[in-house]
Design a protein around this ligand. Structure first.
Ligand code: ADP
Length: 497
């Protein structure tokens, strides 16, 4: 089985969020399930700083974009610690920029053109490189055009006829919506610009395009796969997904358990495992309290938060609660994130008022993210919605007890202390409602257990640390899905011939 994985980001080359973690890990993990993979990415400016050797293939190609031809070139690299080839689509005018999708909070205004070019380049590269491919696995709106190109244009060629497609949705909220004239950039016939395929409320919608044209669809947790079939989490496409529910599957993301292993993590002040977490955490906590300018107090519960500073992550609830909480509770908070300038400003003001209790860093720092997981006692993630979420899984592995809102992948991975069972032991705290009072009560409950019930706390920490969220099981499910997709396609083709 050969799978071409197309993504707009992947670690270590380019990252803005969880998609990069998935795209950097899954292609490697699939090898354990007899699936050969290669990965396609745009050659952004940052890929050259990833520390991976990159070679030129000398393969150039011309892509029609509207009425012009744009030349691109393929570079070749590898995913670290593996022989998974990475093909980087080089086109400096589109990709040699500071950001991936935006700069200074504003999307690039030629994003449609950039990713139409990328999608066409990926499809062309199959021929150019003579790649053996059974399944093209596209991810999110940036690659949503690939299934459409294969189905409407390339299927006439022998090379492409038997290809099948899987389209994975990592977040319904990002749909790649552009004004209708951008349809001309895609090169596809206007007849596809209809409400069942590429059009949505008068606009070109590339996420919908991927959903409509791919043979199989997946998303990154079983709960989210159900939630997105209805509004509001369907973000306007719930009906389209309901239509295709028979080919829609939810597979929870795994984590890279080499990169996220407290026993070997080079970013930590002290390494630890499930036997030594108490002393290990204590060292990491003390050091981080110092580094973040907080009072060094091993006895205080330290609550960590890492992630994009956007509404999705529950900041509206947190910021309603935080002033009162900082005033009244003897606890410390560390926040690492970048995003919405208004949220940054609110956090900055609060941190200035309570410098001993709240410390914030507005940066993207992998090292700090690791240190916060290791130092904190609890990790807060009260997301409004969460397709899968990776940080709660990192937290489990690092013994930082997750406090989450019960939605999407958070609901599938975190079991509240009061809801644990023999088959699904408790590993955190969760609350169902989008409600500041529920968040408040849950936080208080967590802090109370931390202070007053050390044995229960230890059991929560150790249960989480012992759970296996590595990619192995999830990659096995993807392998099964690829095989199923190919088998269905073969069946269909043989019934037609
Ligand atoms: P999302 O994909 O919605 O951003 P996830 O929890 O699935 O959320 O994944 C986010 C990933 O990005 C995690 O690996 C997290 O550690 C990382 N991340 C987000 N913001 C930062 C930051 N400011 N510094 C370091 N890592 C970050």
């Amino acid at each position: 089985m050969n799978v071409l994985f197309a993504s707009s980001e992947a670690v270590p080359f380019a990252k803005t969020g969880g998609l990069a973690d998935v795209s950097g890990s899954l292609p490697v993990a699939l090898r354990q399930h007899d699936v050969e993979t290669c990965l396609f990415l745009p050659a952004y400016r940052c890929v050259y700083q990833a520390g991976q050797p990159i070679e030129r293939t000398g393969l150039y190609f011309d892509i029609p974009i509207g009425s012009k031809l744009v030349t691109g070139h393929l570079l070749r690299s590898q995913l670290p610690g593996s022989d998974v080839p990475v093909y980087l689509v080089e086109q400096p005018q589109y990709f040699d920029r500071d950001g991936l999708y935006n700069e200074h909070g504003r999307d690039y205004n030629d994003n449609c053109e950039r990713y139409v070019f990328f999608c066409r380049a990926v499809v062309e590269a199959i021929r150019l490189l003579d790649l053996p491919v059974d399944v093209v696995h596209a991810n999110d709106w940036q690659t949503g055009l690939i299934p459409a190109l294969l189905e409407t244009e390339y299927h006439v060629a022998d090379r492409y006829r038997s290809l099948t497609t899987l389209f994975t949705i990592h977040n319904m909220a990002y749909q790649g919506q552009f004004w209708h004239w951008d349809m001309l950039l895609t090169g596809l016939d206007w007849k596809y610009f209809n409400w069942q395929q590429m059009e949505c409320h008068g606009k070109l919608n590339l996420l919908k395009t991927g959903i409509a044209f791919s043979h199989t669809i997946s998303t990154v947790s079983p709960r989210y796969a159900l939630e997105i079939q209805h509004e509001p989490l369907g973000c306007g496409l719930g009906g389209v997904l309901r239509e295709r529910r028979e080919v829609l599957k939810g597979i929870i993301n795994g984590i890279d358990d080499q990169a996220w292993n407290p026993a070997t993590d080079p970013h930590l002040f002290a390494n630890y495992d499930v036997q030594s977490w108490q002393s290990g955490k204590s060292t990491n906590k003390t050091q981080l309290q110092q580094q973040f300018g907080l009072e060094v107090r091993p006895d205080l519960p330290l609550i960590g938060s890492v992630g994009r500073l956007v509404g999705q992550k529950g900041w509206e609830l947190i910021l309603k609660l935080l002033p009162q909480w900082l005033r009244s509770q003897d606890a410390q908070w560390i926040v690492l994130g970048t995003g919405d300038p208004t949220l940054e400003q609110q956090l900055r003001l609060l941190a200035a008022d309570y410098p001993q209790r709240l410390s914030v860093q507005f940066a993207f720092s992998d090292a700090l993210a690791h240190r916060i997981e290791a130092a904190s006692d609890m990790f807060l993630m009260p997301s409004q919605y969460e397709p899968c979420g990776l940080n709660q899984l990192y937290s489990l592995r690092y013994g930082s007890v997750p406090i989450v809102r019960e939605t999407g992948g958070l609901a599938d991975t975190i079991t509240d202390l009061e809801q644990g069972s023999d088959t699904q032991p408790a590993n955190g705290f969760s609350f169902p409602g989008w409600d500041v009072n529920q968040l408040h009560r849950t936080l208080e409950r967590a802090v109370r257990v931390y202070r007053e019930q050390p044995n229960t706390w230890r059991s929560l920490v150790e249960t989480g640390m012992r759970q296996d969220w590595s990619w192995y099981a999830s990659a096995g499910k993807y392998a099964q899905l690829y095989r199923h997709t190919v088998a269905r396609r073969n069946q269909l083709q043989s019934s037609l011939s």
